[in-house]
Design a binder for this molecule. Structure first.
Ligand SMILES: Cc1cc2nc3c(=O)[nH]c(=O)nc-3n(C[C@H](O)[C@H](O)[C@H](O)COP(=O)(O)OP(=O)(O)OC[C@H]3O[C@@H](n4cnc5c(N)ncnc54)[C@H](O)[C@@H]3O)c2cc1C
Length: 444
């Protein structure tokens, strides 16, 4: 019996599980993969975007900063402390959560639930990819016994009773399992997917000097020396080519057949905290909207993204100074999805709420991150929002079950509002905020 089961140990899930446990609640965290962090680690999403000067629900973020800086795996760049080394973050998150007393089940997902007639989840069924519930001898006895199929199926399942559930799976997998209602995109609304990757063996200093030569716009290409090491980032969108000094190089590569126009449609790179020779790429981005629930479409997209990584890496080596000895060192462990299922919550947060800076009684976060829709065409990109806005906890409460909450990018918000709220610092605040709300409900 747990107070709270958090499903999904990614960005929002780790913040939620930690906060619940340090506040004395018996907390179980179920994670499908064998590491924590989701997009922050396995997705290679660095850095965290700055979300303004909010002081709401930043404790977990600040703890990450403190723990990561102790091992030299965090920097502050351009006033943003959210530059982490994604590789080291996996083990640091495990350490933080274990010390906080969270019970973590890796390699596990959810396959069922029991609900009461009065809109409450009573228990969930967790299924491990490998059963460690029984010793091998017990397992052999069970499958060779005359038990019926239903009994045998229990071999791989854990039945877990709980008071609250938080779905932090990104795609709202548990909500889907429970047949919750979801918000629908209007026609044409969706985000493009990307596959992030990293290259090592880069001479960062040489590359930085080369970038300076080509692009003197320090808003687009900031470069800083931090603790004696050069850090930088730059970004380029093919449709807005005239704004970027490196555009002629991309044009040359397309003409030479080294890149396709689609490879260039979004190009962004960053140095990585604590690694001297690594560049993390926020690309390639698949040029068309895809149905992420269609396995055939996802497979084809994945193949295109893989081929594009090979072309982009080859381009960097051939055209960028400092990349001569560089090599592909890591690829994100899945396609990066910016928007998928969004739950229908007790409150559906809207673009108007965000632009009007509407205030709420129980805010879980404050942010000024812009509306950020990834699509091709001249109207792609960001829509600035200059004032801070809040998100109410009711946008993290399922409309269908009273003890089911969500945290992260599957929140209850319209398409445009979600595009602003999906960034990592906001997801961390959602996890922490919803956890504090539950602590108050249980402890008073
Ligand atoms: C390509 C890309 C680039 C981005 N760039 C930036 C950026 O530069 N800066 C920024 O701040 N944000 C960026 N974002 C946004 C941000 O990274 C994500 O929106 C955010 O991390 C999502 O957090 P989450 O907790 O909702 O999901 P995740 O971090 O994806 O966590 C979900 C977790 O749930 C687990 N899970 C899934 N299904 C199940 C299941 N059925 N059972 C158990 N566990 C399950 C997953 O394994 C994962 O650990 C980017 C996103 C993408 C895709």
């Amino acid at each position: 019996m747990f107070d709270v089961v958090v499903i999904g140990g990614g960005t929002a899930g780790v913040a939620a599980a930690y906060t619940l446990s340090v506040n004395g609640l018996k907390t179980l965290l179920i994670e499908k993969k064998d590491y924590l962090g989701g997009e922050m680690t396995g997705g290679l999403v660095v850095p965290m975007m700055n979300t303004g000067a909010s002081l709401i629900n930043q404790d977990f973020f600040n703890l990450m900063v403190a723990e990561m800086s102790k091992i030299g795996a965090q920097i502050e760049f351009q006033g943003n402390k959210g530059w982490f080394n994604p590789h080291a973050l996996k083990v640091v998150l495990n350490d933080i959560l274990e010390k906080a007393g969270v019970k973590i089940m890796y390699n596990t997902t959810v396959s069922g639930f029991v609900a009461s007639n009065d809109r409450k989840i009573l228990s969930i069924t967790a299924s491990g990819q490998n059963s460690n519930k029984y010793r091998l001898s017990e397992y052999n006895n069970m499958i060779h016994s005359d038990n019926n199929l239903a009994e045998k199926s229990k071999i791989l399942l854990e039945h877990i009773e709980t008071i609250y559930v938080i779905d932090a799976t990104g795609n709202c997998d548990f909500g889907k399992l429970c047949n919750c209602n979801f918000l629908e995109n209007k026609s044409g609304e969706n985000q493009l997917v990307s596959l992030r990757f990293c290259m090592r063996g880069v001479d960062i200093h040489k590359f930085g000097e080369f970038l300076r030569e080509y692009d003197s716009d320090t808003d687009v290409t900031p470069i800083e020396i931090i603790n004696g090491k050069m850090h930088l980032s730059t970004a380029f969108t093919w449709d807005k080519q005239d704004k970027w000094g490196l555009f002629p190089l991309f044009q040359k590569a397309v003409t030479a057949g080294d890149l396709t126009v689609e490879d260039c449609n979004y190009f962004q790179l960053f140095t990585v905290a604590g690694v001297d020779d690594e560049i993390a790429f926020n690309c390639p981005r698949y040029p068309e909207i895809i149905d992420i629930y269609d396995d055939k479409v996802v497979s084809d997209t994945y193949k295109w993204l893989n081929d594009s990584i090979i072309r982009i890496a080859g381009f960097c080596k051939k055209y960028f100074k400092g990349f001569e000895n560089a090599y592909i060192s890591q690829v994100a462990d899945g396609i990066g999805i910016r928007c998928s299922r969004r739950i229908k919550g007790k409150y559906v947060y809207t673009e108007e709420d965000l632009k009007g800076s509407k205030t709420f009684d129980n805010p879980v976060l404050e942010s000024n991150y812009p509306i950020d829709v990834h699509k091709t065409g001249k109207d792609s990109g960001v829509e600035m929002v200059y004032k801070s806005y809040q998100l109410p906890v009711e946008s993290l409460m399922s409309a269908d079950f009273d003890n089911l909450f969500v945290a992260g990018r599957c929140l209850s918000a319209d398409f445009k509002a979600q595009s602003a709220l999906r960034v990592q610092k906001s997801c961390l605040s959602m996890g922490e905020g919803v956890a504090k709300y539950i602590v108050k409900q249980i402890k008073g």
